[in-house]
Design a binder for this molecule. Structure first.
Ligand code: GLN
Length: 547
């Protein structure tokens, strides 16, 4: 039996993908959370991969990692950034997880005597799962985002499970996100949405709310048509216009009365006020910051597909808002830097340089060049995961004189393997979910940037890597001035810093836990350093120089 009190909201997409369903889900969830409801998001992805860990960020965007080590779709980053809370892996339901579960049960003989079918077995599994998420997390509302679009073969059984759940408990609201194209300015077309809604209706689901994305404001005429032909009251047709920042969407939907429509459908108290004051202030700082933009260069490998670094980008947005400065990000393809004779030509305009995580050897030398340039010129540097490994390689080569130092990921025969595979990784042969994943604790050294940033002795951040700073080289690196400011209790180097100027790099992906309301502390220090570098380029403060 389901917990009576948990309500469900199901968000489906129509017409095409890429409409920002994750942002809409997160925004609606935020409006409920701001009224004191406990909200848990779920994402359903129809693909047969068990998780996102083996997917190429070029094709699929960033692989997001949760505290418990589950590798999930990048929409989870949006949920966490909006809700300012860490989610468990059970919130991610994939086709791969569902089918593995069913087949495992069948092999155990749990369906003995029956033929195992999509309906009722698979749909039953889904219904149990979403209700368990509600129960285990004591949720008032579970917000379910259905990946893909209505009509896709791969999410059909999921939509059927939602229809059944609604029929059985009548405690759901269905929200359909759609796109209203304009043939020419002022000529909005609602027909695609009419057909898409008919498709949803043919699956037994009547949307309660329609949210329309378009390039110009939804016209009154379009609203009326969507209402009449899709069976949705006019006040339940919402406009999702082009916005300056995604964080504005909760405020935009709030203004249009989203909560009232949901409350009506779900039987929630209609006049509960939302506390969005803090959110409002932060959004205001993103839209019109007090200070001029800080120019940050991200030197990466997948820069053509910005979704590959979405958490890095968002962490920069949060930390720029924290220091009340504008932000201008430039994406620099690392392999292009390898061909440039003088990197100053490319990198000198920036107030900060960032090297994010990555795998594979393309662009590695370009990234090392960028790090060396920022160390020598005292431009603030922030490194994430691969960014700390390459910071160490650069330091070993150019400060410690270890010619040809490298990571064994890129050069198996290097004379100075300053980065090497984690011992527990050596025997692993399977690729899925086998990295050092999820939250690990890190002990911080006093009087370092990291310690000052976190104001704590012990922190916890999320990981996704197979290599580490080789412990055999740490004494020498330290003797030559590299500061190891964070370590796991096992000895794994978690954070390193330069002494002479601001350069901090972390083995964990600290960007993953950055939120608008609680930006990643080291990102904030990076922004402060970028700000002072902009004012006085020669004085970017390092770990031993305080503020
Ligand atoms: N390729 C490196 C490793 O596996 C870095 C990984 C990353 O940046 N996420 O350790």
């Amino acid at each position: 039996m389901p917990e009576k009190k948990t309500k469900f909201i199901v968000i489906t997409g129509s017409i095409m993908s890429g409409l920002g369903k994750g942002i809409v889900s997160s925004s609606i969830a935020k409006l409920l959370q701001a009224r004191g409801f406990r909200v848990m998001p779920i994402k359903f992805d129809g693909y047969l991969n068990v998780d996102c860990g083996t997917m190429n960020p070029f094709r699929h965007g960033e692989v997001f990692v949760l505290d418990d080590g589950t590798e999930v779709d990048m929409d989870f980053g949006t949920y966490e950034r909006f809700l300012n809370k860490s989610l468990p892996g059970m919130c991610s339901i994939t086709g791969g997880k569902l089918f593995s579960k069913i087949i495992e049960k069948e092999r155990k003989g749990e369906y003995l005597g029956r033929d195992v079918q999509f309906v009722p077995h698979l749909t039953g599994e889904i219904k149990d799962w979403v209700q368990k998420v509600g129960r285990d997390n004591n949720a008032d509302v579970v917000m379910i985002e259905v990946g893909g679009t209505v009509g896709d073969l791969e999410n059909g059984y999921f939509i059927e499970a939602m229809r059944q759940l609604h029929f059985e408990h009548n405690n759901m609201a269905f929200v359909q996100l759609t796109y209203v194209p304009s043939m020419s300015p002022g000529e909005q077309k609602t027909k695609p949405t009419q057909h898409a809604t008919r498709l949803l209706q043919s699956l037994g689901i009547q949307p309660d709310i329609i949210i329309a994305r378009e390039h110009e404001k939804l016209s009154e005429d379009s609203r009326k048509k969507l209402s009449l032909y899709c069976n949705v009251p006019e006040e339940a047709v919402f406009d999702d216009p082009l916005l300056h920042t995604v964080y504005e969407l909760p405020l935009v939907l709030e203004k249009q009365g989203m909560y009232k429509q949901l409350a009506k459908r779900l039987g929630l108290p209609e006049n509960r006020e939302a506390d969005l004051k803090e959110w409002h202030t932060k959004v205001g700082r993103i839209i019109s910051p007090k200070d001029a933009p800080l120019k940050i260069a991200i030197v990466g490998k997948y820069t053509a597909v910005k979704d590959a670094y979405v958490s890095v980008k968002e962490a920069l947005v949060h930390s720029a808002a924290a220091v009340n400065a504008g932000l201008e990000i430039s994406w620099i393809e690392a392999s292009d830097l390898e061909k440039v004779y003088d990197v100053a030509e490319v990198l000198s305009p920036y107030h900060g340089i960032l090297v994010p995580g990555g795998f594979g050897d393309r662009g590695i030398e370009g990234k090392i060049k960028a790090i060396g340039y920022s160390r020598e010129n005292k431009i603030p540097y922030l490194g994430l995961c691969l960014g700390v490994q390459l910071m160490v390689v650069e330091y070993a080569r150019n400060v410690c004189g270890m010619k040809g130092a490298n990571s064994t990921e890129f050069d198996k025969k290097t004379a100075f393997p300053v980065i090497d595979m984690l011992p527990e990784q050596q025997k692993i042969t399977k690729m899925g979910a086998t990295m050092r994943l999820g939250a690990y604790e890190c002990i911080l050294k006093k009087e370092t940037v990291a310690h000052k940033a976190y104001k704590a002795e012990k922190i916890s951040e999320r990981h996704r890597h197979r290599y580490e700073v080789n412990p055999a080289f740490v004494p020498e690196l330290e003797a030559r001035g590299l500061i190891i400011s964070g370590r796991h209790e096992s000895g794994v180097v978690e954070i390193a810093e330069w002494k002479e100027s601001f350069g901090v790099a972390t083995q964990p992906h600290i960007e993953l836990k950055s939120r608008l309301e609680e930006p990643a502390p080291i990102f904030v220090e990076f922004m402060k350093a970028a700000k002072s570098y902009r004012e006085k380029p020669s004085k970017s403060a390092g770990a031993d120089q305080g503020d």
